[in-house]
Design a protein around this ligand. Structure first.
Ligand SMILES: [Zn+2]
Length: 291
């Protein structure tokens, strides 16, 4: 029987009564709940009972934001402490994370997207949300223009339709965020980017491609067939290279894709390359280097 990750989180929260311990449990033991593991984790607590006695620290902290689409407040997003991870791009230029200094490793790709649990507006960019300024005085407004926000409000039903099997959005996207929820978060990012594309916003194509590549990576990491997503991501890369206007607009962001794939597509501008590239990366090919 398939594991219902949202149910796992609900049960762990009841059993452990501490968000940090829930994260720690999943980090150590995965999504299977066993009482001996619960006991081991609890016995490992420090005397004040607040944190497990691990020698490493959590590199992730929570930040609050307000939704620019539906005005929901106190939306939780996850950020990394500076220099807490060594960040290296994989062959698709999706970052991979390795704990640095006193911090443990976290696959931050799973947590990077902040999702409004009310209207499902989603973005990995904090500046897309309304939030407190860095100095904590006053509000900083979302960088997304008003007409796009209005279109995103009108499209709320379509975003909810993407997640038809999820009822408790808040729990679904809270930490620990499992692969299914992370994939959903990037599908919502893609839905947002498509609206931005319609309104000819800069970097919309780039955001679409970057989200597709992240879904492909998460699927590969969890041993799922990601061919469709690779096809979609490479199709977007092709659009970037074949559409001079889009390319100019997104050129500055291009270096983030800047893999040999992007450069070769740009040079050759031949769709044939896309197909060769796809054949080079069958789903789940373990650790083969693209270069
Ligand atoms: Zn919202």
């Amino acid at each position: 029987m398939a594991i219902n990750n949202d149910e796992v989180k609900r049960r762990l929260k009841v059993l452990l009564n501490d968000a940090h311990l829930v994260n720690e449990y999943v980090r150590q033991f995965g999504p299977l709940i066993e009482m001996k593991n619960i006991k081991a984790l609890k016995e490992n607590q420090t005397l004040d009972g607040s944190k497990p006695a691990t020698s490493e620290e959590d590199p992730v902290f929570e930040v609050e934001a307000r939704c620019p689409v539906c005005n929901k407040e106190e939306i939780i997003g996850y950020e990394l402490y500076a220099k807490s991870q060594q960040i290296l791009p994989n062959k698709f230029l999706v970052p991979t994370y390795l704990g640095a200094q006193r911090y443990f490793s976290v696959d931050y790709t799973l947590l990077a997207v902040t999702v409004c649990p009310s209207c499902l507006f989603a973005s990995p960019d904090r500046k897309d949300f309304n939030r407190k300024t860095v100095v904590g005085v006053g509000d900083a407004k979302s960088q997304i223009p008003g007409n796009v926000l209005l279109a995103l409000l009108e499209q709320t039903g379509e975003r909810k339709a993407l997640l038809e099997n999820v009822t408790d959005y808040e729990n679904h996207f809270s930490r620990p965020r499992f692969e299914d929820a992370a994939i959903d978060s990037y599908r919502l990012v893609m839905a947002r980017a498509r609206v931005e594309l319609r309104y000819e916003q800069p970097y919309a194509l780039f955001k679409l491609g970057a989200a597709a590549l992240r879904i492909a990576k998460i699927m590969k990491d969890s041993h799922r067939d990601n061919l469709e997503l690779l096809r979609e991501a490479l199709g977007i890369l092709r659009m970037l290279s074949e559409n001079p206007t889009a390319f100019r607009r997104d050129r500055d962001a291009g270096h983030l894709f800047g893999s040999s794939a992007f450069i070769k597509i740009r040079r050759s501008q031949k769709s044939q390359f896309i197909h060769r590239r796809l054949q080079q990366f069958p789903c789940g090919a373990p650790g083969r280097d693209a270069h």
